[in-house]
Write a protein of this length. Structure first.
Length: 458
C-alpha cells in the first residue's frame, strides 16, 4: 500500500509518458463523457461533494486510477493506494485503523483498491464494517464483471460506474496533447503525420496508457534531424508496434467500404472473400464487437427464415467476442462469417418489413380492429373491445378466420417467403394456412347469408 498527499510528488521526465501526463483535474481528464460530462451523474456527485463508495468497471488504460486520484483531490481527502495483488487481510486492517483515526480527526480517507476482483471473499469482507460506518470511502477498480467477482454484501454498498474504452477521437486528442504539453513531449520539436497518430490510436484499442507509451517509444526511436527536431515515420512506428500500420479510420470512408465488402461477399456466398475482408478489418484495429453486430444484422436481413440457426450463430459470435476479445475472437468471427456465407439466402424479412414500414408511416392512425383489442374494463367491453375475438387454441387446427389487419389493409401481404432452404417449407405452410382461412371465411359467409335469408322469410 502507498499513502499519498495527492500529486505532491514530482514526476521526473524519466518516468513513462503516461505517468507524466496523468490528469490532475476533471477538465484535463479525457473520455467518460457519459459519467463526467456537464450534468452527468458522477460529475454532479463530485461537484456537490456527495461521493460514496464505488466500483469503476472498465478495460485497462481508461483512467480508473486517475479518476480516483482526481476525486480524492476534489474532496480534499487522504488517498491510500492499495494493491489487491500484494496486500492481505493484515494490511487491510492496518489501513482501516489508520483511516478510523483520520475520521475521528475529521479527515476523509479514500482507499483505492486496484484490481479489487483479485481479493478473495474474506479479504473483501474485511472492508465491510469500515465502509458501513463511513471510516473509508472505498473506490475499487476492476476489469472483470463486478456481479461475478465482488461479493454481494460489499457490492450492495457500492455504486458501480462503467468506464468505456476511449474512442479514436479521444485518443487523438490525448496524443496531440502529449506532443504540446511541457510535462510530456512539448519541449521537443516532433514531426509526425496525423495519419500516424491515428494509427497509434487505432493500435491502442481504447487503452490510453498503451497509446502514450507507443508514442513515447516512437519518439525515442525517431530520426534526429540536423536542427535537433525528431521525425517519426511509418517505418519507425511499425518497428515499435510490431505490426504494419494499416491505414484505417474507424469513422472514415474505408471503414464503410470494408464492412460493405464483407457484407456483400457473404451475401454472394463467397467465404474466401468474406474471410479476407474480415481479416482486413480486424488486423487494422476494427472493434470485433462492431463486426459481430453487423453479422447479427446480416443473419436476419440476408438469411432469415431460410436458416433460423444463422441468428443463433451470429449472436453466439458476439458473445464469444465479448468473452475473449482480440486476438482470440478472430476465429469465432471467422466461424460465423463462413456459416453465414454458406447459409441459404433470403431477404424476405428485410423486404417484408420495408413494405410494412411504408404503410405504417402513411397510416399511423389506422385503428386496431375491435376484435383484437383488449377489453379489460367494463367501459371497454361496452365499446365492443374484444367482441368477436376468436381464440386459436380452441380450434383443433389452431387457426381461425379472424381478420387481424385494419380494414383498409385486408389481404395485404408483407412476408413473401422464398424457396430457399427451410423457408421453402415455411412458404408452403403459409400457403396452406391462407387456403384454410379462406375456406373458413367462405363457409362463414355462406352461413351468414343463409341465416339472413331465413330471417327475412320470417
Amino acid at each position: 500500500m502507498e499513502q499519498l498527499s495527492l500529486f505532491s510528488e514530482e514526476v521526473t521526465m524519466s518516468a513513462p509518458l503516461a505517468s507524466r501526463l496523468r490528469p490532475r483535474t476533471l477538465d484535463d481528464y479525457i473520455g467518460q463523457e457519459h459519467l463526467l460530462g456537464p450534468g452527468k451523474v458522477l460529475r454532479r456527485m463530485l461537484e456537490k461533494d456527495l461521493i460514496s463508495s464505488m466500483i469503476f468497471w472498465g478495460p485497462p488504460g481508461v483512467g480508473k486510477t486517475t479518476l480516483a486520484r482526481i476525486i480524492a483531490n476534489m474532496t480534499q481527502s487522504s488517498f491510500i493506494d492499495f494493491s489487491a495483488v500484494t496486500s492481505g487481510i493484515k494490511e487491510i486492517k492496518e489501513v482501516m485503523k489508520q483511516a478510523e483515526s483520520s475520521r475521528l480527526m475529521g479527515q476523509k480517507t479514500i482507499v483505492f483498491v486496484d484490481e479489487i476482483h483479485r481479493f478473495n471473499k474474506a479479504q473483501q469482507d474485511a472492508f465491510l464494517p469500515y465502509v458501513e460506518k463511513g471510516s473509508i470511502i472505498l473506490i475499487g477498480a476492476t476489469t472483470e464483471n463486478p456481479s461475478f467477482e465482488i461479493n454481494s454484501a460489499l457490492l450492495s454498498r457500492c455504486k458501480v460506474f462503467v468506464l468505456q474504452a476511449l474512442t479514436t477521437e479521444d485518443m487523438g486528442r490525448l496524443l496531440r496533447h502529449a506532443l504540446t504539453d511541457g510535462r510530456g513531449l512539448g519541449s521537443q520539436t516532433i514531426h509526425i503525420e496525423e495519419r500516424l497518430l491515428n494509427a497509434i490510436a487505432v493500435f491502442a484499442s481504447g487503452d490510453a496508457r498503451m497509446a502514450l507509451n507507443t508514442l513515447d517509444m516512437a519518439v525515442l526511436n525517431g530520426r534526429i534531424e540536423a536542427d535537433g527536431s525528431i521525425t517519426v515515420g511509418e517505418e519507425i512506428l511499425e518497428q515499435c508496434t510490431g505490426q504494419k500500420m494499416l491505414l484505417y479510420d474507424r469513422n472514415g470512408e474505408e471503414h464503410y467500404n470494408l464492412i460493405s465488402a464483407l457484407h456483400k461477399s457473404m451475401r454472394n456466398s463467397d467465404p474466401d472473400a468474406a474471410i479476407y475482408w474480415l481479416a482486413r478489418m480486424l488486423e487494422a484495429g476494427e472493434d470485433p464487437l462492431y463486426i459481430a453486430r453487423r453479422l447479427i444484422r446480416f443473419a436476419s436481413e440476408d438469411v432469415g427464415i431460410a436458416d433460423v440457426g444463422a441468428l443463433t450463430v451470429a449472436v453466439a459470435a458476439y458473445q464469444a467476442c465479448h468473452f475473449n476479445g482480440m486476438p482470440e475472437c478472430d476465429v469465432n468471427l471467422t466461424q460465423a462469417v463462413v456459416y453465414l456465407s454458406m447459409a441459404p439466402k433470403s431477404n424476405a424479412l428485410y423486404t417484408g418489413y420495408g413494405r410494412a414500414k411504408q404503410d405504417a408511416r402513411k397510416m399511423l392512425t389506422e385503428p386496431v380492429p375491435l376484435q383484437i383489442r383488449n377489453g379489460v374494463t367494463s367501459l371497454m367491453q361496452e365499446l365492443h373491445y374484444g367482441e368477436g375475438y376468436q381464440y386459436a387454441h380452441d380450434r383443433e387446427e389452431k387457426l381461425t378466420e379472424m381478420e387481424c389487419l385494419p380494414d383498409s389493409l385486408k389481404g395485404k401481404e408483407y412476408y413473401v417467403p422464398t424457396t430457399q432452404g427451410a423457408e421453402a417449407q415455411v412458404g408452403e405452410k403459409l400457403r396452406q394456412v391462407k387456403v384454410f382461412k379462406d375456406s373458413l371465411r367462405e363457409g362463414s359467409s355462406a352461413y351468414s347469408s343463409h341465416k339472413k335469408e331465413a330471417g327475412d322469410g320470417i
